[in-house]
Ligand binder design. Sequence first.
Ligand SMILES: CC(C)(COP(=O)(O)OP(=O)(O)OC[C@H]1O[C@@H](n2cnc3c(N)ncnc32)[C@H](O)[C@@H]1OP(=O)(O)O)[C@@H](O)C(=O)NCCC(=O)NCCS
Length: 215
Amino acid sequence: MNIVLIGAGGHGKVVRDLIVLHKNIKLIAFLDDKYKEVCKKGNIIVGPIPFAKTIMSMFPDVKFVITIGDNKVRKEIISKLNLPHIYYATLVHPTAIISPSVSIGNGTVIMANAVIDSDSQIGNHVIINTSSVVEHDNHVGDFVHLSPNATLTGAVKIEEGVHIGAGATVIPYINIGEWSTIGAGAAVINPIPANSTAVGVPAKVKEEQKMEEVS
Ligand SMILES: CC(C)(COP(=O)(O)OP(=O)(O)OC[C@H]1O[C@@H](n2cnc3c(N)ncnc32)[C@H](O)[C@@H]1OP(=O)(O)O)[C@@H](O)C(=O)NCCC(=O)NCCS
């Protein structure tokens, strides 16, 4: 499979290293708007994101992954490219442990040492980062990012666009509303409303956001 990664920052580099471990996957291009011109670095094409359309005409079997940690930016790029879902690959690090009953969407990456257990559902364009744990029966929506060492215990529902910070833990049956952020190291023991930021142990929605909701 020929792959193009869109986003050549830190997350993109780690996904590139994941691809190297798969003999049947070949990285053909790294696109990022920090590249102003198209050129070759070794065997890999680098260029700005709009070059994706040209690459599709050069390699009809190509698939893409958006390797940008920011959930909103990932979604914006997907909207701009406006490609059918089948053009997005799912990449899994060989050390990840995934139950056969798990479903994983397109454009999603599962990084080293992640564990995903029985009957969990993972959406499209999700990042399950290094050593994070998604226990049984969790629902992870599209464009979610689970940072390294985050833990979803069981039957947790994470709605679209949520960012769970590094090392945060969510106890069972908790719902986290869309586009919310959970701070690094938090322990989430209560439901978190949409579009909020919650930090601490136990996690609490930041006070200034509560004030904004009231006014
Ligand atoms: C939660 C977070 C998004 C807040 O970022 P922010 O809005 O820029 O917040 P600030 O740094 O301005 O801090 C605001 C307040 O929240 C506190 N705070 C911030 N992050 C916190 C955290 N993770 N746990 C506890 N308190 C935290 C700060 O101490 C500060 O408190 P104060 O108002 O009493 O001084 C960020 O700190 C965080 O934890 N991000 C996760 C990063 C991560 O895991 N990245 C992984 C990439 S792979």
